[in-house]
Design a binder for this molecule. Structure first.
Ligand code: TXA
Ligand code: MG
Length: 354
């Protein structure tokens, strides 16, 4: 299949290009679209044949449900039922934006969207192109991240084209995604609200609305198969580059010593290339790594850069990637969640500095 590249500038949206993408979706095709979090692989959430194609293109396990993207609060009731009042308060504060809420599903919701669960995940994206496409086409869009299943999520049009060229009908190529990390997934379908996947809308922000908010135990643990997580996506090794990944987390000086020792050990075991991603500005200090890249000047910048950094170090042929991580608070929890998974739980915890 030839994949059409539809270029759209998010600061000056060309409505004829939106119409081209809408037409492909209407006819049951797949279009990769930019959102403020990551690029998504969109299909008509009401079209069974189109939904099946998503799983095929990504190589995604069929029990891993999809998020439905809406542009208007009125579309919520098409998919969700028993919506608690707090959801409307959260929608007022965080929608459009990087928050996905899980509700009990309406009976009519397609089983392919929900992976057979009795709940459905809904998000109203903030990205002007995603919103305009849903509004213009009047099609709610089921969209997972537009990467090959298991690999780092795509935050640039180039990432999408690398993964999906020839497998889908079209890619809307636009600017890089602002947030760079997928939406927070909040389960409101049970008696106790729970974060199933942390994101840019943080635990601390949600706690103001949900005093009994919990964080699912799988968030900082790669689940074992005997212990099924609520969010099926959490049971797979995920976001993983080809290189083998180690996360080293804790205080600045102790992290430095641990990473440096690990570089020396890995190089002594066999010839290999090591890339280090530093959040503590240790670029100049590591003498035993092959490539050292800064993660950015803040945790927000780290989140924005993270998937690109993993892909870049793969492209540069690294055998090992070692990642410094400081805090797991705020958006740091989302970073820890993605990086622990990329590392297959290969995490070294060192003490905080005194
Ligand atoms: O930011 C995002 O959320 C991006 C953009 C494209 O919107 N989408 C995204 O979709 O990350 P995906 O499919 O890569 O991740 C969706 C996650 C998966 O972990 C899935 O298991 C979980 O949401 N999920 C979806 N529906 C669910 C449900 N009914 N119950 C529990 N978890 C659900
Ligand atoms: Mg994904």
């Amino acid at each position: 299949m030839k994949t059409k590249i539809i270029k759209i500038n998010s600061d000056n949206i060309d409505s004829s290009a939106i119409a081209v993408a809408a037409d492909i979706l209407k006819r049951g095709g797949l279009v990769a679209i930019p959102t403020e979090t990551v690029y998504g692989l969109a299909a008509d959430a009401l079209n069974t044949a189109a939904l099946s194609k998503i799983y095929l293109a990504k190589g995604r396990p069929s029990d891993n449900p999809l998020i439905v993207h809406i542009s208007d609060l009125d579309q919520l009731n098409i998919f969700a039922k028993d919506i608690p009042d707090v959801a409307y308060k959260l929608a007022k504060r965080f929608w459009p934006g990087p928050l996905t809420m899980i509700f009990k599903k309406q009976p009519s919701v397609n089983n392919i969207v929900t992976g057979g669960l009795n709940t459905v995940a809904i998000r109203m994206p903030a990205h002007p192109i995603a919103r305009e496409l849903i509004r213009f086409s009047q099609i709610p869009l089921a969209a997972p991240s537009a990467n090959i299943s298991g690999s780092p999520s795509p935050t640039t049009a180039r990432h999408v084209i690398n993964d999906m060229n020839g497998k889908i009908d079209a890619v809307i190529a636009s600017q890089d995604c602002e947030v760079g990390i997928e939406s927070t997934v909040l389960d409101l379908s049970g008696t106790v609200p729970s974060i199933l996947r942390p994101g840019a809308v943080t635990y601390e922000q949600l706690l103001e609305f949900l005093p009994n908010l919990t964080i699912d135990k799988h968030v900082l643990n790669v689940a074992v198969s005997s212990d099924a997580p609520k969010s099926p996506g959490m049971k797979y090794k995920h976001y993983a580059p080809k290189a083998s990944v180690t996360v080293v987390q804790g205080g600045k000086d102790n992290v430095f010593a641990a990473v440096d020792n690990l570089c020396i050990r890995l190089h002594s075991e066999k010839p290999c290339k090591i890339g280090v991603i530093t959040c503590y500005e240790h670029e100049k200090q590591y003498k035993n790594a092959d490539i050292i890249i800064s993660s950015g000047r803040s945790l927000d910048e780290f989140a924005h850069n993270m998937f690109t950094l993993l892909r870049t170090l793969d492209e540069k042929g690294m055998d090992n990637i070692i990642i410094e991580l400081s805090s797991a608070e705020g958006i740091g929890l989302a970073l820890a969640n993605r990086l622990y998974r990329a590392a297959g739980n290969n995490v070294i915890h060192v003490q905080e500095d005194n």
